[in-house]
Design a binder for this molecule. Structure first.
Ligand code: MN
Length: 266
């Protein structure tokens, strides 16, 4: 702790910016992140793989508990294999604070720009979860089919990357400008679809972000099935709001179950 404190400057936020000069120490944040938060982020990575939301691709981040201008994200690797040693700290420009040679995700700007634009967002999941993809490329809206996905009651906008990157992009959010365009599309929606690519899910905690990402994929799969049967009755706005309020207190129940499948017992 003493060693890190040496680099903490007493003045305002500007001092938290990287200097860009390689010889200088990385600017310290208010201290290392809470180990329990890192543990939740590691579990989140593995749960999202175990639950079929991410595969070799996709990532999940959490805002730093002691510095809102920092966030935590794994080094570039398959989420299902993430350990605490793989968790890196980034500033809101999505620049790693202490990379130590570790690779970083091409699409880290998704996280930095959403955290910058939306102060209430504490966690972001980006995935290519397969059942969601059709709703980003068709005219059918992703809507809450049942109570577990009531957070979809606010609707899920579709981000069209051609509006920001033109007609010849590789579909990736690979710089700050594209991250800003995506963050603007997110607005106050828990889920935003990315046409021809995937989705982003945001939440006020990492556990809620995982909950929403898992049930977004499940809702998408069931909605496609229900649409084949005929007309579909969705939750109305009042039902969605009421079910969403109830679910907030229930997030830890599936979390403990999902966690037990992917992490050693503490
Ligand atoms: Mn992607």
């Amino acid at each position: 702790m003493i060693g890190r404190r040496m680099f903490v400057c007493g003045c305002a936020a500007a001092c938290l910016r990287p200097t860009g000069a390689g010889a200088q120490p990385a600017p310290a944040s208010a201290g290392p992140a809470d180990p329990a938060l890192v543990d939740d982020l590691v579990a989140a990575n593995r749960i999202l793989f175990d639950q079929g939301v991410v595969d070799g691709f996709g990532h999940v981040s959490v805002r730093h508990d002691k510095d809102p201008n920092r966030f935590l994200l794994s080094r570039s690797m398959a989420p299902g294999l993430v350990t605490p040693a793989d968790i890196m700290e980034f500033d809101l420009d999505s620049t790693p604070i202490d990379p130590r040679g570790r690779g970083v995700y091409l699409e880290r700007f998704i996280h930095g720009e959403i955290f910058r634009r939306h102060p209430g967002v504490m966690s972001v999941v980006h995935s290519h979860s397969p059942a969601v993809i059709p709703f980003g490329v068709s005219q059918v809206a992703l809507r809450p089919l049942y109570h577990m996905s009531a957070f979809l009651g606010a609707g899920a906008p579709v981000f069209e990357i051609r509006d920001a990157a033109g007609p010849a992009s590789d579909m990736l959010i690979r710089d700050r400008g594209l991250g800003q365009a995506l963050a603007e599309a997110v607005g106050d929606h828990p889920v935003t679809l990315m046409r021809g690519h995937g989705s982003v899910v945001v939440a006020p905690s990492v556990r809620q972000a995982v909950f929403r990402a898992v049930y977004t994929e499940q809702n998408a799969r069931m909605e496609s099935e229900a649409l084949r049967l005929g007309n579909v009755m969705f939750l109305n706005d009042q039902e969605a709001a009421a079910a969403m309020a109830t679910n907030v207190s229930q997030v830890d129940r599936p979390w403990e179950l999902w966690r037990s499948r992917v992490m050693a017992t503490r």
